[in-house]
Write a protein that binds this ligand. Structure first.
Ligand code: FAQ
Length: 310
């Protein structure tokens, strides 16, 4: 009966055990989990585009090999995550259709352009850095298939973050023009990276319930603060300035204070009006349409083999 199932679900959550695909879950839990996993998967897939833009123009064979590997990892993360969502009863095809028709979100960060090769470094350092900060706690998320996917994904993100930092460090040891390129990239990517953590807690409609269900382990503002605290010393090592005049250590709080995020810009980008939203979705839609014949051929082949077997 439902009360039994419900108490089993509540018990599993309260004991910090994992919910598995065979378990009964409240509809709200299923909906939230599918939304978060799908948005996460879409972010990985759309997130291939800004850096993919530089694969053909990487400055050396070594940089090209690293970048190819990173972008391929992102495709892998996306597929992993779609599989996790499928265990909740929503197919990858359905989710892809929601993405290409603009009905489902992906991270705001991937709607900004990559103007120079230093952007590849800044994405690795800041965007993957923010992703790790957000995702390490998700390894303890209550939904088993999602939490387990996060373990592997975080290992790969850690390599991504290091390659970005190392790229920027190399450029900082180069010419004056290279140092300026790095500073310019950091100026453009810093604030959008802080927006990756989502709206402030007071304006985050999903946080309270997701924390109660242990889908999320920390609030948006907690993770954003952790990211700022982690990034300031790294910026010092690199020798770049973070573009926030209000950034300073607060001895009382034992954290860095930072300036106000431009939430109007965040809302614009999330609602489809960022600098590259249209281009990103159009590119994904075209790739999906161009791949239709592969899906049809695979389905026809599967049908044929099952007919032969029967
Ligand atoms: N952009 O109530 P909340 C990566 C939406 S890392 C767009 O606070 P929640 C790696 C939110 O979904 C990036 N939308 O929501 C990589 C909700 O939507 P709704 C992906 C945003 O879920 C690196 C609404 O606003 N990582 O891809 C954003 O509790 C380099 C209200 O917000 C993840 O997805 C945003 N920044 O908390 C790849 C991590 N923020 O209900 C390539 C997993 C919020 O209107 C290259 N996700 N929204 O449909 C999470 O941890 C959470 O979903 C949050 C949002 C923290 C993102």
């Amino acid at each position: 009966t439902v009360p039994d199932l419900e108490s089993h679900f509540e018990h599993t959550i309260s004991k910090d055990q994992r919910i598995e695909p065979r378990d009964w879950v409240p509809e709200g839990y299923r909906k939230t989990m599918v939304r978060q996993i799908a948005q996460h998967a879409h972010s990985e897939i759309i997130g291939m585009q800004p850096e993919g833009n530089w694969i053909t123009r990487a400055p050396s064979l070594r940089r090209k090999a690293i970048l190819l590997a990173k972008v391929q990892d992102e495709a892998g993360h996306g597929l992993y995550l779609y599989s996790a969502a499928e265990t909740l009863g929503t197919s990858r095809q359905e989710l892809t259709e929601r993405l290409v028709s603009g009905r489902q979100k992906y991270s705001s960060i991937f709607n900004y352009p990559t103007l120079t090769f230093a952007d590849v470094g800044a994405i690795g350092w800041l965007v993957d850095g923010a992703a790790i900060c957000n995702q390490v706690p998700l390894c303890r998320s209550s939904y088993g298939p999602y939490a387990r996917a996060m373990v592997r994904i975080c290992k790969e993100e850690s390599f991504h973050q290091r390659q970005g930092f190392e790229l920027l460090m190399t450029m900082m040891k180069g010419t004056e023009a290279q140092r300026e390129m790095v500073q310019d990239a950091v100026n453009r990517w810093w604030w959008p990276s802080l927006m990756m953590f989502g709206p402030p807690d007071a304006d985050s409609p999903n946080t309270a319930q997701s924390m109660a269900w242990k889908i999320k382990r920390h609030t948006n503002d907690e993770l954003r603060q952790r990211f700022v605290d982690m990034s300031v010393p790294q910026a010092e090592i690199l020798g770049v300035t973070l573009p926030d005049p209000e950034l300073r250590w607060n001895d009382e709080r034992q954290h860095y204070d930072f300036g106000e995020i431009d939430w109007a810009e965040f809302k614009q980008v999330v609602s489809g009006n960022g600098p590259c939203n249209e281009q990103r979705v159009a590119h994904r839609r075209k790739a999906h349409e161009d791949g239709a014949w592969v899906r049809e051929a695979a389905a026809a082949h599967a049908r044929k083999t099952s007919e032969v077997a029967a």
